[in-house]
Design a protein around this ligand. Structure first.
Ligand code: ATP
Ligand code: MG
Length: 381
C-alpha cells in the first residue's frame, strides 16, 4: 500500500514514521518544487504530479493551501481523501464559514468585505471589535487585522487594500470580517472518521498561543465540553463525508463552544497523541484513509506538548527529564519556524506539573517567551 501526501513537511514526515510498522509506504508531493520526495529524509524519488498519482493507492494532504491545478487532478484520480471540498473548506475562510452555517454549528458572525464601504457596513451589522482575516493563505495568525475603534477604519482598510493589491493573481483573495469573541479559553478537538462513517475522538485539548502561534497544548480528561465538541465534529464530518483526521479549533465562552476554524488534516494540537494515546493522530489518519480500523484515542497518561520555534538544538539535559520526548522535523532553522516539539508525559497531573517546571527551567527563556508565565496560568491538575 502506498499513500501520497500533498505537502512534504513535518506532518507528512510524522505520518510516514507511523506508517512504516503498518507496512504502508508514504511518499510526499512537494507542491512548490513539483517533486516526489521521501518525507522522512527529503530524498527526491521522482518528478511530477501525474507520476505520483499513478503510483499511489491513496492520496491525502498535510495542508489546505493547495493550488487548484494540483487539487483537480487529485480529485479526478478518485483516490483523494478527505477530498477537495474538505481541503477547500480549510483553505478558504469564505467556503469554511458557509460550511459551518450549512452544518448548523455555531461560529462568530461574519461578513465578506471587498471595499471600505463594505467594511463600514460590516461594522454597522456586526459591531466592534472586528477581526479581519484574509480568506486565503492565513496561518499562525498571519493575514489578520484587528479593528477596535471606528476611527481606525481608514488606516486598517489602507493596510488591507495594500495587502489585496499584492495578493497573487492566481487565486481570488478576499477578506472575512468576523465578530471578536471574548472567549474564556481555546480548545481543539482532533478526531478521525473512517470510510464506514465511524468516528473516534481524542480528548479536547487546551491550546495556548504566543504572538498568534501555538505554544503549548494540553489534553483534558473528561472535559465538560467534550460531548458538545464531538456533536459539532460529527455534523461537520458527516456534511463533508469526511475520511481521515479532522481538527476543529473552538472558542469556549462559558459552557458554549463556537467553532473558530477547521483543519482538514492532522493538527499541531494533536501532536501530544504520539506519547499520550495508544494510537497517535498520524497513525489514525493513515488507518482512516487506507480503510483500516481506527485505533484507540483514550488519553493514557497526563501529557502536554511544547512547540520549538526557530531553534534546531536544545540542551541535551532536557532529555534527562523523565517523560520528555523530542520530535525534531529536520528543517533548516528560520526565526519563528516550527522546528520540532517536545512531548512531556507523566503518571499523574501532579508529576506532569513538576516535570513541566523542570523543563521550563532548562529551556532558554528567550527562545520560549512567556512559557514561565504560562506555567502559572495553565492549571495542569
Ligand atoms: P492557525 O493556523 O495558527 O490556527 P490562523 O492564522 O488560521 O491560525 P485563526 O485560528 O483564525 O488563524 O486565529 C488565530 C488566533 O487569533 C486564534 O487562535 C485566536 O486566539 C485569535 N482569534 C481569531 N479569531 C478571533 C475572533 N473572532 N475573536 C477573538 N479572537 C480571535
Ligand atoms: Mg487557528
Amino acid at each position: 500500500m502506498r499513500v501520497l501526501v500533498l505537502g512534504a513537511g513535518q506532518l507528512a514526515r510524522m505520518m510516514a514514521l507511523e506508517a512504516i510498522p503498518l507496512n504502508i509506504e508514504v511518499q510526499a508531493f512537494d507542491v512548490r518544487s513539483d517533486q516526489i520526495v521521501d518525507p522522512i529524509n527529503q530524498q527526491v524519488l521522482g518528478e511530477g504530479l501525474q507520476q505520483a498519482l499513478r503510483d499511489a493507492d491513496v492520496v491525502t494532504a498535510e495542508f489546505e493551501h493547495i493550488p487548484q491545478v494540483v487539487l483537480e487532478p487529485c480529485e479526478q484520480s478518485g483516490k483523494f481523501l478527505p477530498g477537495s471540498r474538505a481541503i477547500l473548506s480549510g483553505g478558504d475562510r469564505r467556503i469554511e464559514k458557509a460550511l459551518l452555517q450549512q452544518a448548523g454549528v455555531a461560529s462568530a458572525a461574519y461578513a465578506e468585505v471587498h471595499s471600505k464601504a463594505e467594511l463600514e457596513a460590516a461594522v454597522q451589522q456586526l459591531g466592534l471589535p472586528l477581526v479581519l482575516k484574509s480568506a486565503l493563505e492565513g496561518y499562525d495568525g498571519k493575514g489578520q487585522w484587528r479593528l477596535k475603534q471606528i476611527e481606525q477604519i481608514d488606516a486598517v482598510w489602507t493596510e488591507i487594500a495594500q495587502f489585496l493589491k499584492q495578493a497573487s493573481k492566481k487565486a481570488k483573495q478576499g477578506i472575512v470580517a468576523e465578530q471578536f469573541i471574548p472567549f474564556d479559553y481555546e480548545v481543539s478537538l482532533v478526531g478521525a472518521r473512517g470510510k464506514d462513517g465511524q468516528c473516534v475522538y481524542y480528548p479536547l485539548t487546551e491550546n495556548h498561543h504566543v504572538n498568534g502561534v501555538l505554544s503549548v497544548s494540553l489534553p483534558r480528561l473528561a472535559h465538560p465540553l467534550q460531548a458538545q465538541a464531538e456533536r459539532m465534529f460529527q455534523l461537520l464530518a458527516n456534511e463533508l463525508d469526511y475520511v481521515g483526521v479532522l481538527a476543529i479549533e473552538f472558542f469556549a465562552v462559558g459552557d458554549r463552544l463556537l467553532v473558530n476554524e477547521i483543519a482538514p488534516r492532522v493538527h499541531n494540537s494533536g501532536h501530544w497523541s504520539q506519547q499520550g494515546a495508544d494510537t497517535s493522530q498520524f497513525a489514525n489518519h493513515i488507518r482512516a484513509v487506507c480503510g483500516l480500523p481506527l485505533g484507540d484515542t483514550t488519553l493514557l497518561r497526563p501529557t502536554l506538548m511544547v512547540n520549538i520555534l526557530g531553534l534546531d538544538q536544545l540542551p541535551d539535559c532536557v532529555l534527562g527529564i523523565a517523560g520528555v520526548h523530542l520530535h525534531w522535523y529536520g528543517k533548516a532553522p528560520r526565526p519563528g519556524r516550527k522546528m520540532g516539539h517536545i512531548n512531556l508525559a507523566a503518571d499523574s497531573t501532579n508529576s506532569l506539573g513538576q516535570r513541566f517546571a523542570e523543563l521550563i527551567a532548562l529551556l532558554p527563556a528567550e527562545d520560549f517567551p512567556e512559557l514561565s508565565q504560562m506555567q502559572s496560568r495553565i492549571s495542569i491538575s
